[in-house]
Design a protein. Structure first.
Lengths: 262, 384
């Protein structure tokens, strides 16, 4: 684990403990996410990856520990201030979480209508741009229910990009996608990082995606309830001695033919 | 193809034992062995014995055989726990069966992870927990009511963080689209009141007062209550189901993370729509109820329609109408709030959506009737 440096890190977490009622999910997590990096929160099903994400985006208050966003304590901030900080986040939910009563374009437009003084025409231009970035311009008038899984995911990304976020969070981006679509999504994630300069945090257990996209990360373990390894997924695969991590990374060979060895 | 019954026998062979399996172990044809069979087979196997499974006479097999071996394994584990461990040699089992058994053992989730029940909870703590949960619920419901009351000012000055289009859509849904069902129920209730009144008052020759009975009861009580009950079933339940579904799809999370206030975006438009539509529906229901009463009265007792209308005009005062309108506004707010509150507190599964809709309807109806009773008590105390 690299030293925590709140001044230069986009996001830094220390001593984070998370619980649902009396059940502790993860404890004493410490890690930091550098500007412009793609950070992975890895681990098997049920280890608490999504719970950690929830605490970082303001949906679950930690029982202990701090989360600093650009050096500012996120959970110590007043609710109003926390909402302001959250507006610099873009979140792509596992189920995409598109508002089902609105078209794709309306989904992307809503944050802009709510939080910017822009005119309807300006918003329409921005919406077209965001949808073009994810290759969905032609589907702007369609309802979420009419889209395929991959398209919904892209629409979710376009909505997450609406307010030009500094940090993009992805919860299981490749869940439910075929290998080809998942590969395209990985490419898109990297393009967004390079093109927009955003910092990206990905929660996933999909190894090909993690190897392809992430340059740093943390490995959570369900049994010990904390992080058991830090580092880029590829580094962990090639050099981690922890048997749980090795067993997890070894599953790559058993996965589909989507090799990311580029 | 003839089916041979499955057979099993344990033979002692020196220090070891052989469990000979024969016949067809097909679940559909020859059934599945009870757990007690494995227990009986292995009873008396001494600790340290190696039990070799012999399958030289085994015929066809399927899950029935695998289940039997699983039972044997469980017996072995139980025996090991009680201090006389023995070994079961499964090497002769068909390869496919061994793979299935390995898979079954591998996919087993450790017991510690499955059961998180903890020690049994005493009655006193259960009562305590439910009281705490009820008090939390009451606080949360009061907070929502308070929030909505505070945001009403913002709504009136157009500072609400919601889309105007949504409010109009909700108004159409709660208003125009409910006209049919509101008309049917109120006409029938008006007719029923007239029937009851006509039968009783005819005996005294005062059947003209059926108009008073129907008019006052409809304007003051029935139109508001019946319309609110219908709306609780139709719209309150729908609000709860919509919001609970959004909960399950993470749509509410998406709103919260963006900082879009859920009460502005989801609750206020629904409350506003029902509060705006309920007085109109009340007026409409009232008119239809009076017509229903008139039709029944004119056709069953000797009262002309013009006499009925005149008597109705005389009977219904502005006070009655004002009480009815006030009730309808309060009932509208209560039904919408109950639907939204229950929807927001719903879980994330599809079963939770159904449960939320049901609870919203039940709570809505009980709240409407309870409040109507409160209105009656207050009106009596005030002498109006």
């Amino acid at each position: 684990m690299g030293p925590i440096n709140p001044a230069s890190d986009r996001l830094s977490v220390s001593g984070l403990t998370l619980a649902y009622g009396k059940r502790t999910v993860q404890r004493d997590l410490s890690f930091s996410v550098r500007h412009g990096s793609v950070f992975a929160i890895m681990g098997g099903s049920g280890c608490g990856k999504s719970t950690v994400l929830k605490s970082m985006i303001g949906l679950l208050r930690p029982t202990a520990g701090t989360i600093l966003i650009d050096g500012e304590d996120y959970w110590a901030a007043a609710e109003e201030r926390r909402a302001q900080i959250s507006r610099r986040f873009g979140i792509v939910f596992q189920s995409s979480a598109l508002w089902s009563s609105m078209t794709v374009a309306e989904n992307v437009a809503l944050p802009l209508q709510m939080f910017t003084p822009l005119s309807a025409d300006a918003i329409a231009v921005l919406v077209r741009l965001k949808l073009s970035l994810v290759g969905l311009r032609a589907a702007s008038g369609r309802m979420p229910a009419d889209l395929s899984g991959g398209m919904r995911k892209r629409a979710g990304i376009a909505r997450a990009l609406a307010l030009d976020p500094d940090i993009l969070f992805f919860d299981e981006p490749s869940a439910g996608l075929d290998p080809v679509t998942a590969k395209r999504l990985d490419d898109l994630i990297l393009e967004l990082r390079d093109g927009l300069g955003v910092t990206i945090v990905i929660v996933s257990h999909d190894l090909p995606s993690l190897f392809a996209t992430c340059d740093d990360g943390i490995f959570l373990d369900a049994d010990s309830g904390t992080a058991i390894a830090h580092g880029a997924p590829r580094t962990l695969r090639d050099g981690c001695d922890n048997p749980t991590v090795r067993a997890f990374m070894g599953r790559e060979r058993l996965q589909d033919g989507r090799s990311m060895e580029t | 193809m003839t089916v041979r019954d499955p057979e099993w026998r344990l033979e002692q062979a020196g220090p070891d034992a052989v469990l000979r399996l024969a016949g067809d172990w097909i679940a559909q044809d020859t059934g599945v062995r009870d757990t007690s069979v494995a227990r009986r087979v292995l009873t008396g196997v001494a600790g340290g014995t190696r039990v070799r499974i012999d399958t030289s006479e085994l015929g066809r097999w399927d899950s029935a055989l695998v289940a039997f071996i699983e039972d044997l394994r469980e017996q072995r584990t139980a025996a090991a726990r009680s201090g006389h461990a023995f070994i079961i040699d499964e090497a002769e089992l068909p390869r496919a069966a061994r793979r299935l058994l390995a898979l079954a053992a591998e996919s087993e989730v450790p017991a510690a992870k499955v059961s998180e029940g903890g020690p049994p909870v005493s009655l006193l703590s259960r009562i305590g927990s439910s009281v705490i949960s009820v008090s939390h619920g009451t606080v949360a419901a009061s907070a929502l009511v308070g929030d909505v009351a505070l945001r009403s000012g913002a709504a009136l000055t157009g500072r609400l963080r919601s889309r105007t289009g949504d409010v109009f859509l909700l108004m159409r849904d709660a208003g125009a689209r409910a006209l049919g069902i509101v008309a049917i129920t109120n006409a029938l209730v008006g007719g029923i009141l007239a029937f009851v009144g006509a039968v009783q008052l005819r005996r005294f020759g005062t059947q003209i007062y059926v108009a008073d009975l129907v008019g006052i009861a409809t304007a003051r009580e029935m139109a508001a209550v019946v319309t609110a009950v219908v709306m609780a079933g139709r719209t309150g339940g729908a609000y709860a189901a919509q919001i609970a579904t959004m909960q399950g799809n993470e749509e509410i999370d998406a709103l919260k993370v963006l900082g879009i206030p859920v009460r502005d975006y989801l609750v206020m438009p629904r409350v506003m729509a029902l509060v705006a539509m309920m007085p109109l529906l009340y007026a409409y229901g009232c008119a239809v109820g009076l017509v229903g009463g008139m039709i029944v009265t004119v056709s069953t007792v000797d009262v002309s329609s013009s006499a009925y209308i005149q008597e109705t005009q005389r009977a219904i005062t502005y006070t009655h109408l004002l009480i009815g309108v006030t009730k309808s506004v309060v009932f509208g707010a209560v039904v919408a709030l109950a639907g939204c509150y229950i929807g927001l507190r719903a879980g994330r599964s599809s079963a939770d959506v159904g449960q939320a809709a049901t609870s919203a309807v039940v709570v809505g109806i009980i709240a409407v009737i309870g409040l109507d009773w409160l209105f009656a008590v207050c009106a009596d105390a005030l002498g109006i």
